[in-house]
Design a protein around this ligand. Structure first.
Ligand SMILES: Nc1ncnc2c1ncn2[C@@H]1O[C@H](COP(=O)(O)OP(=O)(O)OP(=O)(O)O)[C@@H](O)[C@H]1O
Ligand SMILES: [Mg+2]
Length: 348
């Protein structure tokens, strides 16, 4: 069952397109993420779904009904805005209770619900404070509590974790996900953070310049990006311009690599850093080359190696395990293997 359907949705501001030909179908109960760089139209599309702005053309359906011409309050959606949009003259409790008043809940019910959601977002005891007396992260949590309190059918979250510190962010991320699962709320989550998108989502739509460039599960997006933009935006990758002849590609530095039979066509070769193997001894495997370690960067869980390979540089990554402590210092000669089945040819 479809919860939200967008058909050919278009929006421009002063003649400049912000969303172009958006066709998306979001299932009931799904955790769906809009992922893309700043300015690619994510907030605009959320506002179109919520009804705060109207599309130039195309239609928005919620629960099978065409809501394109309905005002926001008739759409059964809850939204957490990127800038929170709290009522500054009201207290935390009053902000959270706002939508419950419209739902005609009694004062007692409102108070109970507000307390429950304040606890959930870690703001117990903040009820009487004015929202102007809160930090950015606290305001963000009030906004989240306010939108959840009305238990909407569709929840729209515009970067709701961006102002939180790393620990609180992890906690709230887990909280949002478990709540979403428990209540079965269809959720559209906006972020430019790929890790957040990969960990939370059932499916992701990757946006670039107002268009959807790929829709898929986190695994599909990460493992089989459709083009250079998706490969580079979602996760780290090495990209080389190549010329292909049959099952061989030639890099601009003259290096030749064999690619899997049946590879798509494309002028770019992509390989993720963690799929590159490094060894101190020569390798007889295909696609192996001698190189030299230029730099070693510790990232905590992993170690990145920048390796010079025939007038080009490549980034490889290995798990930072105990045995790896002293391996591959800068200056070390190494053999680098690019396993054939990990190579992907991509179009621009
Ligand atoms: N009210 C407006 N008037 C004019 N231009 C606008 C308006 N709202 C958005 N835009 C433009 O539309 C484009 C998309 O903006 P949008 O806010 O949807 O991007 P975004 O993907 O949410 O970015 P961010 O990650 O920075 O929040 C941008 O170029 C922006 O400048
Ligand atoms: Mg935005």
């Amino acid at each position: 069952m479809r919860a939200v359907v967008l058909e050919g949705v278009e929006k421009s501001f002063d003649g400049t397109p912000a969303c172009s030909q958006i066709n998306l179908s979001i299932n009931k109960g799904e955790f769906f993420t809009f992922l893309g760089p700043s300015g690619c139209g994510k907030t605009t599309l959320l506002r179109l779904i919520a009804g705060f702005i109207a599309p130039l053309s195309g239609a928005v359906f919620i629960d099978g009904n065409d809501v394109t011409n309905l005002p926001p309050e008739k759409r059964k959606v809850g939204m957490v805005f990127q800038n929170y949009s709290l009522f500054p003259y009201l207290t935390v409790s009053q902000n959270i209770e706002y939508g419950l008043t419209i739902q005609k809940k009694t004062a007692r019910e409102r108070q109970e619900i507000a307390e429950r959601y304040m606890e959930m977002v870690g703001l117990t005891g903040f009820g009487e404070r004015k929202v102007t007396e809160l930090s950015g992260g606290e305001q963000q949590r009030v906004a989240l509590a306010r939108s959840l309190a009305v238990e909407p059918e569709v929840l729209l979250l515009d970067e709701p974790l961006s102002n939180l510190d790393a620990r609180l962010r992890d906690k709230m991320r887990a909280e949002i996900k478990s709540l979403q699962k428990r209540l079965g709320i269809t959720t559209i989550f906006v972020t430019h953070d790929q890790t957040e998108a990969l960990t939370l989502s059932d499916r992701i739509a990757v946006f670039n310049q107002g268009r959807v460039v790929q829709v898929g599960t986190p695994r599909q997006i990460y493992d089989t990006p459709h083009n250079v933009f998706v490969a580079g935006f979602v996760g780290d990758t090495n990209l080389f311009r190549v010329a292909r002849s049959g099952s061989t590609v030639r890099l601009e530095n003259g290096m030749e690599l064999s690619v899997p039979a049946g590879s798509e066509s494309g002028d770019w070769l992509s390989i993720r850093p963690q799929n590159i193997r490094i060894s101190k001894t020569p390798s007889r495997e295909p696609n192996s080359f001698q190189g030299q370690v230029l730099e070693r960067q510790l990232n905590g869980v992993s170690i990145d190696y920048i390796i010079e390979l025939g007038q080009t540089v490549i980034r490889a990554a290995e798990l930072n395990s105990f045995e790896k402590e002293d391996e591959f210092r800068p200056g070390t000669t190494v053999w680098v293997t690019l396993p054939e089945k990990r190579l992907r040819l991509l179009a621009e």
